[in-house]
Ligand binder design. Structure first.
Ligand code: PLP
Length: 397
């Protein structure tokens, strides 16, 4: 029986469901993007972004997806032929590496197994070997959305400092910003790349780069051609809340609301909620007897969990069945992981009951698809969330 009633469960690791408050904000009338009302909106969202990225420096907002912001990071800071160090954490790091190659960068790509984050010690060793200090940037994906592995950016910063290396540090927070602890300034990141459709709970369509003084200085002398992505063109009108071209006004209304929602809950509470939901998800996976793709507990993603399918079972067939029977979208395995993993997104507006519904759909799907597993994952997740213990102790009282 196909049961498509009720709301769709969009449990991919982004785009994440858009909260009602943001949907309402998005639906307001467009205004003159050169008028005073827009200037106030622009100033408010640009300042709000500084709070979310945890920086006192500029944050540039592009009408783009995250990939555009990647490109902006490259073309504003580097020159053709520059050496950069990147780390193969998964599908998205590999795509960024490909883009860097297309821009004529000389990429040293530290090999990875797609089950670990970027290794600070390996980065330090590479930089220590670079006696002429010719590596211009270290480029790392914070939350590798294809694997559910998070890299330790503060430790990577320390590794760069220990090697006494001047390379810029560029970090992709496309799926971590607003969901996982992230501190652009404190962690000494030079360019933080992000986008709208994950932890910020907006529709796709905005890309961000947060920029350090050092990155801004690099942008004054680097040789990469650019026009639309040029920081200088943006930062001049941004000083008064305006943009050099017609901005995505309605997405900026949404962004203003998203920032309010995040700050009302409190960023630390938001991050703790994500950790809590991720831990409950892992409890369910273990109870099912399935394997979490991430091998390093210190690198478990608070944003999503990638789960390996048992041998002989196809993750895409399983996802198709879950969509058909339970009206829920789960994340696909990408490139190297196609058909081998499925990914549960637990980010953005997700709460305990959303998660339990999601895990219920997965558990029913495993049974319906004949995937070998043990029952009890949802129960384990409930116990992990503390609900069951609380309920039992209340009943006993
Ligand atoms: N980097 C990461 C970590 C991502 O998760 C994604 C998309 O999911 C991208 C880059 C590409 O972003 P976009 O699809 O918004 O261009």
């Amino acid at each position: 029986m196909t049961t498509q009633q009720g709301r769709h469960f969009l449990q991919i690791p982004g785009p994440s469901p858009v909260p009602e408050r943001i949907l309402r904000a998005l639906s307001m009338q467009v205004i003159d993007h050169r008028g005073p009302e827009f200037g106030a909106l622009g100033r408010e969202v640009l300042a709000g972004c500084q709070t979310i990225f945890k920086t006192s420096g500029p944050v540039v907002i592009y009408p783009s997806s995250g990939t555009g912001a990647w490109e902006a990071a490259i073309v504003n800071t580097l020159s053709p032929g520059d050496k950069v160090l990147m780390v193969e954490t998964g599908h998205f790091a590999t795509l960024w590496r490909k883009m860097a190659g297309r821009w004529g960068l000389d990429v040293d790509f530290l090999a990875g197994d797609w089950r670990h984050g970027a290794d600070p010690a390996a980065i330090e060793a590479k930089l220590a070997e670079d006696k002429p200090k010719s590596i211009k940037a270290v480029m790392v994906v914070h939350n590798e959305t294809s694997t559910g592995v998070i890299s330790r950016i503060a430790e990577i910063r320390k590794a760069i400092d220990k090697a006494n290396h001047p390379a810029l540090l560029m970090v992709d927070t496309i799926s971590s910003l607003g969901s996982a602890d992230y501190r652009h300034e404190e962690w000494g990141v030079d360019v933080t790349v992000s986008c709208s459709q994950k932890g910020l709970m907006l529709p796709p369509g905005l890309g961000f780069t947060a920029i350090s003084d050092k990155a801004l200085a690099a942008s004054k002398t680097n040789k990469m051609p650019r026009s639309y992505w040029d920081w200088e063109e943006m930062l001049k009108p941004n000083a008064n809340g305006f943009f050099p071209y017609t901005p995505a006004t309605n997405l900026l209304y949404g962004l203003r609301e998203a920032i309010k929602i995040l700050l009302e809950e409190g960023l630390d509470t938001v991050f703790a909620r994500h950790q809590h939901l991720a831990a409950a998800t892992r409890a369910a996976v273990r109870a099912w007897g399935l394997e979490i793709l991430c091998l390093e507990p210190a690198e478990y993603s608070p944003v999503l969990t990638a789960i390996l399918m048992p041998q002989g079972h196809d993750a895409d067939q399983f996802r198709a069945l879950v969509l058909e029977k339970y009206n829920m979208s789960l994340g696909a395995g990408l490139t190297n992981l196609a058909g081998k993993v499925f990914r549960i997104g637990h980010l953005g507006e997700c709460n305990e009951l959303t998660l339990i519904g999601t895990l219920g759909g997965v558990e029913m799907g495993l049974a319906a698809a004949g995937v070998p597993h043990k029952a009890g994952g949802v129960l384990a997740a409930m116990q992990a969330l503390g609900d069951l213990n609380t309920a039992v102790s209340q009943l006993a009282a």
